[in-house]
Design a protein around this ligand. Structure first.
Ligand code: SF4
Ligand SMILES: [Zn+2]
Ligand SMILES: [Zn+2]
Length: 303
């Protein structure tokens, strides 16, 4: 199999074509920059936060954002420390190494500082699937951290697989409110308390991000969180992979369908938010889910 641009041996076949390593890297960066331009994800002069777990996806994103926007924008890496020993502590070390190499300032916000406990303790006292509470706390702290850091846009490394899974989850859970908040710019962009989250990798697959990080020599931990794979997202992730194998192009069509739904639902009242009575964050209820979790955990002693 030959690269479609030069005659070298191809290393990957993507929905954009078949490429050697050099032309794959070019195409990957171009697809990312085209998405940023088409959906107006970054404007000159804005302070750009990059949600950075220290994994391959977010490091690949930080690499591209710092390479192409550091002259026109201030860039801050924002990491959430969930308190997962043997996993997040290691990826935080990797995050620090690359931030220093690429000259990017970083900030870390932890569950322990916010709720008094990290995930390793929360899983012992909280019933249910770990990811449910973890996801709520991470989104809350990312937004709060971005606000505190003066960020105008928060880039996340959500790829096409993640987005397709989310679309299916929202459809099966009949959660139209979340569905109309998805797409390349997620959340409510016109709310003072909410920093818009933008997804430059929304048209790039997980396989491509993995290869991009390897080809650029980004040495990220490839092990998964010990609490991952449970619950609805794990089921949807397997379904999305099966769908893509049987009907190639399904992931991209799901992502594009969500973008159309967002446009069609833009006049609806679904997804309207009010200020949390306790922390002031945008929430559909009087008190946001992160404050409810914090309340439930208050008084629990870490073991
Ligand atoms: S896999 Fe679940 S528990 Fe682990 S970091 Fe992600 S959301 Fe949290
Ligand atoms: Zn080539
Ligand atoms: Zn709150």
């Amino acid at each position: 199999m030959e690269c479609q641009v030069c005659e070298k041996t191809a290393v990957i076949s993507t929905s954009n074509g078949t490429f050697c390593s050099e032309h794959f890297k070019d195409n990957f960066e171009r697809t990312t920059l085209d998405t940023i331009k088409k959906y107006n994800l970054i404007r000159e002069g804005e302070v750009i936060g990059v949600a950075n777990s220290g994994g391959k996806d977010s490091l690949s994103l930080l690499y591209i954002i710092s390479k192409h926007f550091s002259k026109t924008n201030r860039i801050i890496s924002i990491t959430i420390d969930e308190g997962i020993k043997g996993y997040r502590d290691k990826t935080i070390e990797t995050m620090k190494k690359y931030c220093s190499e690429w000259g990017v300032k970083y900030k870390i916000y932890s569950y322990k500082d916010f709720a008094g406990l990290g995930m390793d303790s929360i899983v012992k006292v909280q019933k249910g699937i770990p990811c449910a509470a973890c996801g709520v706390l991470r989104r809350h702290l990312l937004n709060a951290g971005a606000l505190e850091s003066g960020v105008n846009k928060l880039c996340t490394a959500h790829n096409m697989d993640d987005e397709a899974e989310s679309v299916l989850m929202n459809v099966f859970q009949n959660d139209f409110e979340k569905l109309v908040r998805s797409g390349p710019v997620s959340g409510i962009s016109s709310n003072d308390g909410f920093i818009p989250r933008v997804k430059p990798f929304i048209f790039i697959s997980e396989k491509e991000t993995m290869l991009f990080s390897i080809l650029n020599g980004i040495e990220a931990l490839h092990t998964a969180c010990p609490y991952s794979g449970f619950g609805f997202r794990g089921i949807m992730a397997r379904r999305v992979k099966q769908l893509e194998t049987k009907i190639p192009g399904s992931k991209k069509r799901l992502v594009k369908a969500a973008i159309r739904i967002r446009v069609l639902g833009s006049g609806s009242t679904a997804g309207r938010l009010v200020k949390c009575l306790m922390c002031g964050s945008p929430t559909p209820e009087d008190v946001c889910e992160a404050c409810r979790i914090k309340e439930r955990l208050s008084g629990v002693i870490e073991t």
